[in-house]
Design a protein around this ligand. Structure first.
Ligand SMILES: [Zn+2]
Length: 146
């Protein structure tokens, strides 16, 4: 398989910022992304291939400026590999399906999983739950009851 062909494919499909983060393992600036303080309900999908990766229910505010999750949406959807760049020993996380770079996972999560998946907003896309409208304030829904 030709890596160059892959790069051209993704360069065409992604914005330059998305390409840098997803395909060149870049990191967006903290507090700059779309989702670090987003707590809408839904599924966070891979920006590149659309695979579901995280659910909003596992998202928490780590205060680090990037979206953080304590678990993947299903076992195996997030791949891990050692990353010893920048003189640090970290675990890189990738989409298991298309190998898009997502961020890193750290063993210091505050919840029972003990994990903190630190993800670039640019690596994922929120697919909001539309079937679950119970949280809406009911505007325009008057007269629906009974
Ligand atoms: Zn993917």
């Amino acid at each position: 398989m030709s890596k160059e062909k892959d790069d051209n494919y993704w360069r065409d499909k992604l914005t330059p910022e998305e390409f840098h983060v997803c395909r060149e393992a870049g990191t967006e600036r903290p507090f700059s992304g779309e989702y670090w303080d987003c707590f809408e309900e839904g599924t966070y999908r891979c920006r590149c291939c659309g695979e579901p990766l995280f659910h909003s229910g596992s998202k928490f505010d780590a205060g680090c400026g990037w979206p953080s999750f304590d678990a993947e949406v299903a076992p195996g959807v997030v791949a891990e590999r050692p990353d010893n760049s920048l003189g640090m020993q970290r675990i890189e996380i990738l989409c298991a399906k298309c190998e898009s770079h997502l961020g890193h996972v750290f063993p210091d999560g505050p919840t029972e999983t003990g994990l903190r998946y630190c993800v670039n907003s640019l690596s994922v896309k929120l697919d909001q739950d539309e079937s679950n409208e119970n949280s809406q304030d009911g505007e325009g829904n008057e007269g629906d009851k009974e």
